[in-house]
Write a protein that binds this ligand. Structure first.
Ligand code: ZN
Length: 364
């Protein structure tokens, strides 16, 4: 479908070549119709044909253990605050079973030649070329699939795990996820446990990137204090523009900048809009506004993309992954030049992954 791609990629700004895109978070692997990921499917936000159409050459593919209670209605409150009850814990055994199946799906796609699972930064570099398959970084969103003694972590690493968020928005053996409340500070509870700190250190030693996106503020600072690597939020936005507990305060942004980390700007409407509405009628320029805020505060080298495709309500003007060229157009309209656009779209992700993996690409 090369003709589709070239026409759609030229749409927003016809005379500027668009860089390849690396996206920091999608939930496509754990959708019910995941079997159609390679062929393309009717619904959802992301599959391989639409990735090609949108110029997405790489991304972090999340494996998420569902407890079945994630899609709740907010608790009614008189003061207008939108508060969701914290999801219940998920035990290690069912999480492990679910996660190994989802990771197996990704490895099968690699065996079929549909994509490459990133084990080294050379895999990311190869995917930037048009004639290579796209690259997928295997990510655990919540570490319930890892046993508290961490005995399975090496196995997961050997299977390709290169990124991990200790918690989703629920408690587990490793810490307490951030509760969804808006407006609210991200300071919603206790942070990492001793086991959580041990997990983080073990990940850093192996070369598995750590993600702070679903940590509450205490957990964020617990992880930051360990100084294990650049602080990375794979799919979050700016608290000053949308005061959701899921978003990053100015102080957190400053710490991310100081550590050499990045923010993958999330496309989820409730984390972008000042009114928190879970409404797809949301301008995609709002994503560019969050990117602009982070760039102006801590530098463009700390800005990247982290869609949450297949995990959230995406602005309708963007639609799905095939709409990424429109977002790149909006970033250009927000004043980002060609070099800055490449940094946001690909190079910043490449830099922090290489740092966590302690791999500058020279060994291959
Ligand atoms: Zn998430």
């Amino acid at each position: 479908m090369a003709s589709t791609r070239s026409s759609s990629r030229r749409t927003p700004v016809a005379d500027r070549a668009l860089p390849p895109v690396f996206d920091g978070h999608n939930d496509a692997l754990t959708r019910d119709d995941h079997a159609l990921l390679a062929l393309g499917r009717e619904g959802g936000d992301l599959d391989l044909p639409r990735m090609r159409a949108g110029g997405m050459r790489g991304g972090i593919f999340a494996v998420f253990a569902s407890g079945g209670d994630e899609e709740r209605a907010p608790v009614p409150r008189d003061d207008g605050v939108i508060e969701f009850e914290l999801s219940a814990p998920v035990a290690h055994e069912p999480a492990s079973a679910e996660a190994t199946s989802a990771a197996g799906r990704l490895l099968a796609l690699e065996r079929q030649g549909e994509l490459r699972v990133a084990r080294a930064i050379a895999d990311v570099d190869a995917a930037a070329r048009d004639d290579e398959p796209p690259v997928a970084v295997l990510h655990l969103e919540g570490a319930e699939a890892i046993d508290p003694e961490l005995e399975s972590l090496d196995l997961w690493y050997q299977a390709g795990l290169r990124s991990l968020g200790p918690v989703w928005s629920r408690p587990n053996a490793f810490g307490h996820g951030v509760q969804f409340i808006a407006p609210s500070s991200p300071d919603t509870g206790p942070g990492l446990t001793d086991r959580g700190r041990a997990l983080a250190s073990a990940c850093a030693e192996l070369g598995i990137m750590l993600d702070v996106s679903h940590l509450n503020e205490a957990g964020f600072w617990d992880l930051a204090r360990l100084e294990l690597g650049p602080i990375v939020a794979t799919h979050s936005a700016v608290h000053a523009l949308c005061a959701s507990s899921r978003n990053l305060t100015d102080g957190q942004l400053d710490a991310i900048g100081d550590s050499g980390g990045l923010v993958g700007i999330v496309f989820a409407c409730p984390f972008l809009r000042p009114d928190f509405a879970d409404d797809e009628d949301t301008p995609l320029e709002l994503i560019a506004s969050h990117a602009r805020y982070v760039a102006d505060r801590i530098g463009v080298e700390h800005v990247a993309l982290g869609s949450d495709f297949d995990g959230a309500t995406i602005p309708a003007p963007l639609g799905d992954v095939a709409g990424l060229p429109k977002l790149l157009g909006a970033l250009m309209q927000a004043g980002f030049g060609d070099g800055e656009l490449s940094a946001i779209a690909w190079d910043n992700w490449r830099r922090v992954l290489a740092e966590w993996w302690r791999d500058d690409g020279s060994s291959r």
